[in-house]
Design a protein around this ligand. Structure first.
Ligand code: NAD
Ligand code: UGA
Length: 468
């Protein structure tokens, strides 16, 4: 088949990946029409909001790209049928959370949204369509997608007409996304690599040509389908493993008098180890690390590789342990009880520069503190009040939770401030005023190691800083 350029893209899923990824494609390829569709009408409405501060996702730089492309070659809508029918390529960028029930519950990915996307593509596509897995998926999902697409197209319709169906063909390609939230636009504009896996070399070339508009061709890696699908899971597993490794050592630092920042620097300057991703903290959060490792654990078990499966599961176990250990430590330092004590929680997003709270360590640690009778006052510069309250709907007395509009308001009368997200703003707060505001002894628990401990001690705080 002759290689022709792509003119029309549809992306199913306008979430944290679909939205920014398609915006960056539209920005770099003004000649391509990009339609992002979603079944969530509220989300689509927010993507189309004229007030750019109301976009559903907070990502530095995203608003400017939306301003430039939306309504020109970038459209957000619920027009699933029309957008698929007109597309040369359909990206599947839907959610793939861990299964909650049935076979593989707690480990395997729930692929029901991927399946429904494949069925929509089978129904509405015309002629030849390249179907791209953008979501993170278990190895061999491309086979399932292929099955759905081709079984559906072989069905004869009610009037016995098979002609239309027979014209449909598909190439299934894996093109996983490696962006990190909070730096998504920069990651998409300057990726370390773009991975494209598949069998149809023509389809791979056509996708590659899109990225080559702004990415150096040398950074585009092409592989077979299964290497591409597996590499995405493995990349996340390795990244998460580094965090669990450094977090396990943070505990050892606290016991021995070593300092985690010094240790991280000392090992990270070895170029074989590298300095990135060695920040000890309250454990990794976010929607993907835990789910993707559990997926890898499940996959390894499925293939009878129990030792491999146990090895990776330990990364998740250390993560849970780190969060529990922080909760216990706070209770111990506050004289063994939190009953009636006010704790100001600084940061609710799972990392800085995002409003995403999925799997945030703030959620699990806050729940532990509430269990002990604490009253919590939250302050986060980007997370909306409703999103915080939603996390505690079923398990607490409403009076135990307050959402503050500033750090100073949250700390009023508090016994402790607990830093859980590394927002830059927290480093430069007026700590003297905060100290003055609090009940004494006034504690700071810095789980992100972002504050100047000596300064705080000078002001009069009792300070616990992770890993020292
Ligand atoms: P998300 O929940 O933010 O967005 C997914 C969207 O898909 C939702 O808005 C949902 O309504 C929509 N959707 C589901 N089924 C649909 C259907 N049949 N038709 C139309 N819309 C449908 O999820 P996300 O964070 O964007 O993640 C998407 C995928 O990308 C996941 O597999 C994830 O593992 C992977 N990923 C995420 C990140 C990240 O930083 N969040 C990074 C890399 C990869
Ligand atoms: C991560 C990966 O970095 C992306 O490459 C991948 O595409 C994405 O998952 C995905 O598949 O969803 P993300 O979860 O958005 O991106 O953010 P990270 O920067 O990786 O942070 C994850 C968690 O680890 C956060 O809670 C963060 O605070 C924590 N972290 C990160 C640390 O505790 N220490 C570090 O040194 C780095």
């Amino acid at each position: 088949m002759v290689e022709t350029s792509i003119q029309n893209i549809c992306c199913i899923g306008a979430g944290y990946v679909g939205g920014p990824t398609m915006s960056v494609i539209a920005y770099n390829c003004p000649e391509i029409l990009v339609n992002v569709v979603d079944i969530n009408k509220h989300r689509i409405q927010a993507w189309n909001s004229s007030d750019l501060s109301k976009l559903p996702i907070y990502e530095p730089g995203l608003d400017q790209i939306i301003k430039k492309c939306r309504g020109k070659n970038l459209f957000f809508s619920s027009k699933v049928e029309e957008s698929i029918a007109n597309a040369d390529i359909v990206f599947i960028s839907v959610n793939t959370p861990t299964k909650q029930k049935g076979v593989g519950a707690g480990y395997a990915s729930d692929l029901k949204w991927v399946e429904s996307s494949a069925r929509e593509i089978a129904k509405f596509s015309k002629n030849h369509t390249i179907v791209v897995e953008k979501s993170t998926l278990p190895v061999k999902t491309a086979e399932t997608i292929k099955n759905i697409l081709y079984s559906a197209t072989n069905v004869i319709d009610e009037s016995g007409n098979k002609d239309e169906a027979e014209k449909k063909t598909y190439s299934i390609i894996s093109n996983p996304e490696f962006l990190a939230e909070g730096s998504a636009i920069n990651d998409l504009q300057n990726p370390d690599r773009v991975l494209i896996g598949g069998e149809d070399q023509n389809a791979i070339k056509r996708i590659s040509k899109i990225y080559e508009k702004w990415v150096d061709a040398k950074k585009i890696i092409t592989t077979n389908l299964w290497s591409s699908e597996l590499s995405k899971l493995v990349a996340n597993a390795f990244l998460a493993q580094r965090i669990s490794s450094i977090n396990s050592i943070s505990a050892l630092c606290e016991s021995t008098g070593a300092d985690i920042k010094e240790v991280a620097k000392s090992i990270g300057t070895d170029t074989r180890i590298g300095i990135k991703f060695l920040d000890a903290g309250p454990g990794f959060g976010g929607s993907c690390f835990k789910k993707d490792i559990l997926n890898l654990v499940y996959l390894s078990k499925y293939y009878g590789l129990n030792e491999v499966s146990d090895y990776w599961e330990q990364v998740v176990k250390i993560n849970i342990w780190q969060q529990k250990r922080i909760s216990k430590l706070i209770i111990k330092n506050l004289f063994g009880t939190l009953a009636g004590k006010r704790i100001a929680i600084f940061g609710f997003s799972f990392k800085a520069n995002t409003n995403d709270t999925r799997e945030s360590p703030s959620i699990s640690i806050s729940k532990d503190l509430l269990q002990e009778g604490a009253k919590l006052a939250f302050f986060d510069p980007q997370v909306e009040e409703g999103k915080i309250l939603d996390e505690f709907l079923d398990n607490i007395n409403k009076d135990d939770i307050e959402i503050a509009s500033s750090a100073i308001e949250a700390s009023k009368g508090a016994d402790a401030v607990l830093i859980l997200t590394e927002w830059k703003d927290f480093e430069n707060l007026e700590w003297e005023s905060i100290f003055f505001n609090m009940r004494k002894p006034a504690w700071i628990f810095d789980t992100r190691v972002i504050l100047n401990k000596a300064n705080l001690i000078n002001i009069g705080f009792n300070v616990w800083s992770l890993g020292s």
